[in-house]
Design a protein around this ligand. Structure first.
Ligand code: GLC
Ligand code: CA
Length: 547
């Protein structure tokens, strides 16, 4: 059993975590200064999003140089120190490998632009007339996925921003370059890797129009994807390191293959299906109330499907691309604490490896930006335009961004109640949420009942109980939309997890018989009925164990 089964991973978005030198931008030394705090959460790994040299059009997901540090974040010495200091505390670093594309500022792309054949073959260039892109594929950030280069009379593919050019993985030289990046960081003592949108790297042989969608069906989990991953892992010798792939619009069948240890690809996968249950017709920019039946169905399918075939899930609600979960599936006002804890319990007792995104452990909320000039994210700014062009009013467009923008997760980490939430001494690059006065690390350290201390307990429970790491999972109260409940079993032991997804009291369709069970954790201090639970209070969570 890989040790990642009892591990919890903490995700850091350096730009918004802690600023050590007062320029308003978080940095590596800021992270180092908070390692004791991170250690106090009980987590085993830190995944940091990229801090490599980059023009920062997509905040570092547009890499210009994979082996050097963006001076805004610090120096190579700082990164070496971060790795060493984390290791001293028993924490491994996972670095973020953005291998689907590079920045157009990367020297490979610059050489390609100058007409150097070798480097043109590092990317995906296609012939075409200046007014007709090779296919009708759409960029994930809006607009065409192709950009014309007049000097070459060719188009290049960019599934993301126009400054993020897709790499040509069919070229063995490209694969070799990327392996060298892994070898470089592995030698520095990095303990694992997160691979950005890695299931998009294998492009089809033939490029054709997509008449039913935006083109993703041609390159998602593409033809050589499993071969490429196996080769990358084997040739860099990272089979036994912790790895996670970010899988865009993927399928259960592929994720089983990506994460089955016998396949020697990755330790686990992120998928996003459960974070689309509030997208109307699958469209992120159309608001809808979350469909809890769908949410339950998805967790059931993925949990049981992965277990049956030896796959492994990454468990998460939040990351740097997602709005804050307490504002999304919880209630960030009246029941902020209860719902934040319920959502945490939901995830942390499941089969898989949980991830905590900076600030989630405090129950941080969406920041509530009100004007377009408070936004920084390229996707949000593009879509604001698109929404207006589609006929939405400014107010409607801002309301949508307020709920869907990636900047909701990028507001500065709330450390204390001082100016700028203790994140920086000067004005941060992006605004602090107004509620930092009471939602912050310092306040929550003092409050035994805080969301922060609840997260610590959850992380600790996973370490203590094998049933949480390895028990099999079976779902309960399937017919009841308001309730998300499951049972884990291992060698005759049973763990029952009951969660009320709503802000109302919910009567259970049939009482949960819990004679002989002990309560491991709950978000209400007054214990629910000891022998038989008939109802759940608003956002109540209870975890029961029978040995
Ligand atoms: C991933 C990252 C996201 C980035 C995109 C393109 O989805 O999480 O932040 O914009 O890939 O690299
Ligand atoms: Ca700084």
């Amino acid at each position: 059993m890989g040790n990642f089964k009892k591990s919890t991973i903490y995700q850091i978005y350096p730009k918004s975590f802690c600023d050590s030198n007062g320029d308003g931008i978080g940095d590596i030394r800021g992270i180092i200064s908070k390692l004791d705090y991170i250690k106090s959460l009980g987590v085993d790994y830190i995944w940091s999003t990229p801090f490599f040299v980059s023009p920062m059009n997509d905040n570092g997901y547009d890499v210009e140089d994979y082996k050097n540090i963006n001076p805004v974040f610090g120096t190579m010495e700082d990164v070496d120190e971060l790795i060493r200091e984390a290791e001293k505390r028993g924490i491994g670093l996972m670095f973020d490998m953005v291998f689907n594309h590079t920045s157009t500022h990367h020297e490979w792309f610059k050489k390609a632009l100058s007409g150097d054949k070798k480097y043109m073959d590092y990317y995906i260039f296609k012939e075409g007339e200046a007014d007709t892109p090779p296919t009708n594929w759409q960029s994930k950030f809006g607009g065409s996925a192709w950009e014309y280069v007049p000097s070459l009379k060719k188009w290049y593919l960019h599934l993301f921003d126009v400054t993020q050019a897709d790499l040509n993985w069919n070229n063995p030289e490209v694969r070799e370059e990327l392996k060298n990046v892994i070898r470089f960081w592995k030698d520095k003592g990095v303990k694992g890797f997160r691979f950005d949108v890695v299931n998009l790297i294998s492009k089809p042989d033939v490029y054709e129009d997509d008449n039913t969608g935006d083109g993703r069906r041609f390159y998602t989990d593409g033809p050589r994807i499993h071969e490429f991953l196996k080769e990358l892992v084997k040739d860099t010798g990272i089979e036994d390191m912790i790895t996670v792939g970010e899988m865009s619009s993927t399928s259960l069948e592929h994720c089983i293959r990506y994460s089955d240890p016998a396949e020697k690809e990755l330790s686990m996968c992120f998928n996003f299906h459960h974070l689309k249950v509030d997208y109307k017709d699958g469209n992120k920019w159309e608001l809808m109330e979350p469909d809890y039946d769908r949410l339950k169905e998805l967790f059931e399918t993925w949990q049981t499907g992965m277990e049956k075939k030896n796959g492994w899930n990454a468990l998460f609600w939040c990351n740097h691309d997602q709005p804050r979960i307490v504002s999304r599936f919880g209630d960030d006002k009246k029941y902020r604490k209860e719902s934040a804890k319920m959502l945490a319990t939901f995830i942390h007792m499941l089969r898989g490896t949980p991830y905590i995104y900076q600030g989630e452990e405090l129950g941080m909320t969406n920041p509530g930006y009100e004007k377009i000039d408070e936004y920084r994210d390229v996707e949000s700014i593009n879509y604001y335009r698109i929404l207006l062009d589609e006929g939405k009013t400014e107010e409607e467009a801002l309301n949508i961004l307020g709920q869907r923008s990636r900047d909701n997760s990028r507001s500065p980490m709330q450390w204390n109640s001082e100016k700028y939430a203790g994140f920086s001494e000067s004005e941060p690059w992006i605004g602090v949420a107004k509620n930092y006065k009471y939602i912050n690390v310092e306040a929550e350290e003092k409050d035994e009942d805080s969301v922060l201390n609840y997260y610590r307990k959850l992380v600790d429970l996973r370490k203590q109980y094998e049933i949480i790491q390895d028990g099999s999972v079976e779902f309960m109260y399937g017919e009841q939309s308001e309730v998300f409940a499951y049972k884990r079993t291992l060698d005759g032991q049973e763990l029952i997890v009951l969660n009320n997804l709503t802000g109302n009291e919910v009567l259970l369709q049939e009482p949960a018989d819990c004679k002989g069970y002990e309560c491991l954790i709950s978000n209400y201090d007054q214990e629910n009925d000891k022998n038989s639970i008939k109802a759940l209070r608003p956002y109540e969570s209870i975890v029961l164990l029978k040995l």
